[in-house]
Design a protein around this ligand. Structure first.
Ligand SMILES: Cc1cc2nc3c(=O)[nH]c(=O)nc-3n(C[C@H](O)[C@H](O)[C@H](O)COP(=O)(O)OP(=O)(O)OC[C@H]3O[C@@H](n4cnc5c(N)ncnc54)[C@H](O)[C@@H]3O)c2cc1C
Length: 387
């Protein structure tokens, strides 16, 4: 085993790990002393590689500002100017418009693969040490540092950041839902509109497509069995099922695109920091995709950690404990609120109990009528809480 020493090792080079690397590279006296460990996938799982990831991501205004400041905003994106939230078969809906908040757009949709490609290019230029190899693992930590192994290479690091997307074991909830992802065309398209429709099986979202202005990206959450059935339907039958579930607001929907299925669960760590190890992004909390909050929250983790470690990096012989404690304290409220909201929404709307569903419908109606209530919720979803 060869050994190398780093001030910080970032385990996992997804969007959150890469954004942290870019932010740290800007403030580090010597960016090469920061290692970004990228796990290479076996050739048999090439479809699961980030460059081929079919996810579309709704990025809020705050995330866009952050990514643009790093020159990491992908080439192609679609703006969301109105969000329509409704419930299938029940009264009530809520409409949020960009004009309500005096912003040019409420958010934007990007492809995971496009964002990843842009971040990959930026990280290659930023001066951090990029190490590719088998999945990295933490061997042990002591008072002075952490030992990490990547294949036959051993690293000695002062601080380790886990950004491997693997969630945590402290809090787990299986929603009994899988998401079917695809693209659909509408007979009456409405560019700039995002739709979130709650059904008893799970939420169905139609978002502006990042590459094709006249198309919509579909994220359809349902029971695992129903998701498997939907994925296996022929295009005509799937299009009919989608139109029936979504309703007629966009006219007839038709889909000819491949479908991909993602299992959905909540998994989170109670503590974001343990000794010299911090977790961010999906490694700290993997959320239900309802309301598109996971990556937005992860980017806020990365930005706050970069701020805390940036103050410690010029004197790395000192203990990083105060910086890490400051980070963990600052992130507590945002994590709690965002994880709580995204955990509650799919469960409340899917109880199958008519009185509860009516109450949800009324809540949506109330939200639409009561601007004072709606504004804080929408503002949180737009920007999140920053401490
Ligand atoms: C269907 C769906 C829709 C979504 N929609 C939205 C949305 O609209 N808006 C939003 O904000 N979020 C959304 N999300 C959530 C979003 O995709 C995640 O929050 C985001 O990808 C997390 O980024 P990450 O970098 O933390 O983790 P990941 O994207 O999982 O990246 C982690 C990386 O680390 C690598 N890795 C794993 N283990 C190791 C190891 N041991 N060593 C080295 N590398 C390792 C992995 O291969 C991967 O490349 C959605 C999720 C799903 C499933």
């Amino acid at each position: 085993m060869t050994a190398s020493a780093f001030d910080i090792a970032i385990l996992g080079a997804g969007p959150v790990g890469r954004v942290l690397a870019l932010m740290l590279a800007r403030v580090a006296p010597d960016p090469a002393r920061i290692a970004l460990l990228q796990g290479t996938a076996p050739a048999s799982t090439a479809d699961a590689a980030p460059a081929a990831d079919p996810r579309v991501l709704a990025m809020n205004h705050g995330s866009r500002v952050l990514l643009e400041s790093l020159d990491a905003w992908p080439e192609r994106s679609a703006d969301i100017r109105s969000i329509h939230v409704s419930q299938r078969g029940r009264l009530g809906r809520s409409l949020i418009r960009h004009t309500d908040f005096d912003v040019p757009q409420l958010g934007s949709v990007v492809g995971y693969s496009g964002l990843y490609a842009r971040l990959e290019a930026r990280v290659a230029q930023c001066g951090v040490t990029l190490l590719s190899g088998p999945p990295a693992r933490i061997l042990e930590q002591d008072a002075d540092g952490v030992r990490v192994a990547q294949g036959d290479t051993e690293l000695r690091c002062r601080v380790v950041v886990q950004s491997d997307g693997a969630g945590g074991e402290d809090l787990r909830r299986d929603y009994g839902q899988h998401a079917v992802l695809t693209t659909a065309h509408a007979a009456l398209p409405r560019p700039g509109w995002a739709w979130e429709r709650f059904t008893s099986e799970g939420p169905l979202a139609l978002l502006p497509h990042p590459h094709t202005p006249e198309a919509h990206s579909v994220v359809w959450c349902s029971t695992p069995q129903r998701a498997a059935e939907l994925a296996a339907l022929d295009n005509a039958a799937f299009s009919r099922a989608l139109s029936a579930a979504f309703g007629d607001r966009l006219g007839r929907l038709s889909s000819q695109a491949p479908r991909h299925v993602f299992p959905l669960a909540l998994s989170a760590r109670r503590a974001q920091v343990q000794g010299r190890v911090a977790a961010i992004g999906n490694a700290a909390q993997t959320l239900h995709p309802v309301a598109g909050q996971g990556l937005n929250l992860g980017l806020r983790d990365a930005a706050r950690l970069a701020q805390a470690l940036g103050a410690w990096l010029p004197g790395p012989d000192a203990s990083p404990a105060p910086a890490l404690a400051e980070f963990a304290g600052a992130r507590q409220f945002d994590r709690l609120i965002t994880a709580g909201l995204t955990d509650l929404m799919p469960r409340v709307f899917a109880t199958g109990l008519a009185p509860v569903e009516h109450a949800c419908g009324l809540a949506l109606l109330g939200l639409d009528l009561a601007a004072p209530l709606r504004a804080p919720l929408a503002r949180h979803l737009l920007q999140g809480f920053r401490a």
